[in-house]
Design a protein around this ligand. Sequence first.
Ligand code: FAD
Ligand code: NAD
Length: 367
Amino acid sequence: EKKVLASSAKELSPSYDWFQTDSLITVVIYTKQKDMNAELVIVDCQDKQLRGEIIMDDHSYLVEVDLEHAVSEDVAVSIAEKVGKVEIILNKKDSIHWKMLGQPREGHNTFIKRTDRGLFYRKCKLVSKTEVTHDTKLFCLMLPKGTHLRVPTGQHVYLKQLIAGTEVVKPYTPVLPFLPLDFQEPPCHDGVHIYLMIKIYSHGLFTHALDHLQIGDYISVSNPEGNFKKSQVQTSEDLLLLAGGTGFTPMVKLLNFALTEVGCLRTVKLIFFNKTEDDILWRNQLERLALKDERFEVQFILSQPSKEWVGKQGKISSSLLSEFVKRGRRDSKVLICICGPAPFTEQGVQYLKDLGYSQEEIHAFTA
Ligand code: FAD
Ligand code: NAD
């Protein structure tokens, strides 16, 4: 039985080849997967090191070599989506004939479980830092020239910093630079910048150090991770998003994806829990989006409101949820996504189950 398994894994495994002209090196990966796309291809080429990873469900295929000769910084990636062919095109620094692509590194030409593949980090430059609220900032990081990486909706990356001599790693969920109101606008994901909305905690180990980064400084960013599947949204009619504080971050790309690319969605509702009015992230943008798109509705609920607050107050509870979470029709397809502090998410999931929602109808963003 072992033999059969081994041979079928081999048949499923992508393979690679390489070609050259006077000026170019082309590495071709034949994935044998028909629905390839840019989110499944991660390429890094820096200092004569080439790393090309293909994500195939829970597996990963890797091409990883120390190149024989130097190449220039810019790398092109071309994907034939239907045939599953991925080309990585490098520019030779000198127009000499290469005898080989290079020396294989440890993971070269392996097809293994994603969870067995260590996280790869590349250094990104901090290009801007803008205030979102009194304690939350939008950090814009720039990927290096030789990197091709897109963070899929619902996934997060890890940031790594050296703090007092120790490497510290924390997860963050990329957002968009703003909530697009006009869907004719050019898409904001240019493939070069990664936007992170991060709350700075005064006694927070990682965020305190992050706050001290200067424009032009570098920070390590990992490959994306996460188990959210876009297909969960693509089949829903009603989408409900429950966010607590920075638990709003996965909802940003999700909202944009739902409103621009999911035709069957009839309603999208965000219930946003915060402590005070000053803590609400992108309140203006959310209110403007609600005015612009009649499928979208937003409700703010404060746990520590001032006396002036006339809106809803309280924490996540059965009664609050039963008021806001309703099926459009008795049999309508619903997806509820929830993200926030761990107790918020845990309690929320329990209340939703008590209200009769099934496991398949709930997606909780957790670590
Ligand atoms: P820490 O040093 O861990 O402490 C944070 C604050 O909480 C401090 O004020 C500390 O005093 C207090 N604290 C620590 N432990 C406890 C405790 N047990 N009980 C009570 N208080 C405590 N954050 C974002 O801002 N944006 C994001 O996009 C984002 N995405 C995430 C995605 C995932 C998958 C996960 C799991 C988390 C995400 N986070 C995000 C949270 C982030 O990873 C960090 O946890 C956060 O930035 C705090 O890190 P820190 O080292 O600064 O704080
Ligand atoms: P916060 O302390 O400002 O709280 C925001 C709201 O969450 C509160 O107003 C309250 O309604 C609710 N809440 C807080 N603590 C609660 C509790 N113990 N029980 C019930 N409800 C509670 O939140 P913050 O400082 O912005 O923290 C956001 C949290 O979201 C962080 O813990 C972060 O790790 C998490 N997060 C997770 C992911 C993910 O897993 N993918 C992504 C982003 C953020």
